[in-house]
Write a protein that binds this ligand. Sequence first.
Ligand code: GLC
Ligand code: CA
Length: 506
Amino acid sequence: MDVGHVPWWRDAVVYQVYPRSFLDTNGDGIGDLPGIERRLDHLSWLGIDTVWISPFYRSPMADFGYDVSDYCDVDPLFGTLADADHLIAAAHQRGIRVLIDWVPNHTSDRHPWFIESRSSRSSAKRDWYHWRDGRGGAPPNNWRAAFGGPAWTLDDTTGLWFLHLFLAQQPDLNWSNPEVVDAMHQVLRFWLDRGIDGFRIDVVHCIGKDPVFPDQPAAMGEIDRVGIQNELVTHELIRGFRRLVDGYPGERTTVGEVNLGDLSSIGSFYGHGDELHLVFNFLPLYAPWTRAAWQDMIERVEREFPPGAWPTWVLSNHDVRRVRTRLGSEHAARAAAVISTTQRGTPFVYQGDELALEDAVVPERRRVDPGGRDGCRAPIPWEPDRSHGWPSAPWLPWPPHADTRNAASQRANPRSMLHLYRDLLAARRASPALRRGMVRLLDAPGDVLAYERVSGEDRRLVLVNFGEQAAHVPLAEHWQVEVASASQPDAGSLPPHAAALLRPSA
Ligand code: GLC
Ligand code: CA
């Protein structure tokens, strides 16, 4: 590697596509791969250079694609392998890189591996999953599954229990078996050979298990669990993924979903530059909208990540309430967009956040997700008319105000969230300080967060007012507003819940 060479994924802005809800093209109400291709221009126009596409593998859809029954094929709902190849090529033609979602912790219970594993105690793939004796008719230990109930299900065929940290239709693979490692490495190669640029790796912190399967202490929370996450063997397995991915030309990359509560544990998944290239930082998903909380997060990322670890910033995804819904106002969502795109680290934008979408209100009879996450997965409205650019009614209700909060209407309105995002991404692309510079927190009054980004001669200043009142921020004369989330701050006044990106005046 050249000295000073910066890998592309440090400069990237990643856009998450949740394919069921992006755009349908064949009228079955479910978004598909040709739908993604049809709207790639939206992403180019916005200034996105990388997409991560949530799973489109063959799947019984118990967890909407996160239950995979064939890692090397496309589910017919989403299209064909040829559609995937076509989409990858079309994205590359526009200079957009493609990350796909890889789900190593568990397969579907319909995957041939599991069907064989459960068939008998002596099956050749028996040890590919975790089978245990119960404790007098009760599960082997007290672990709970993510969507409720015990993490073990008794299988009648052989009278033993199998482990599933998520649904019973998602049995956990046994990664201590080298055959599992080999089979999964082949999956990685299958897609790398097709030209994808990397993987988002689903719940990668959970793949290694303590073979003792210890009970959880009663007082432990949902997130931090013993025997499951941050096991030494997990880091070893990740180093294996890293070597494989780094063996390909073109700086292929990995970004891991590491759902842990503290930044130093999250940071440990970078290893010594030999584990994940990027790790999701989910703290902003849970942070209250206060200066103290956001300043603390920025400081701690700088302090607690290992040297050389490149951070990420995530405001929403397909598992949590959208940022616009969480923060309660479009003003705050706009200010949050300024923060996440001006941090040191790669920003991830969840589809529809660029339109300031809110979660859909989903009536009970239309709820489909076992984890209660339908609201944030509502379809993207592309046009103002009633069908919003979809050929028929989509699988979930529209998000609120789709007649104005849609791509076409916002593109026509320079004051829209869509234009704000576009301006922010353009400013980021043009400024080495924003892309790569160090971050320095500055003194500021009350509810105002202020920080500077600096790279050589290039500097940017960001001011964020978290308060309910306009804030007076004495601006030194040599700064001018480059992008503002609300009407331009005049004479050093920042409206409530507003943020501004400033550059030195010419
Ligand atoms: C991850 C995914 C989530 C899925 C779970 C099980 O957290 O983001 O959607 O339900 O893993 O695969
Ligand atoms: Ca479709």
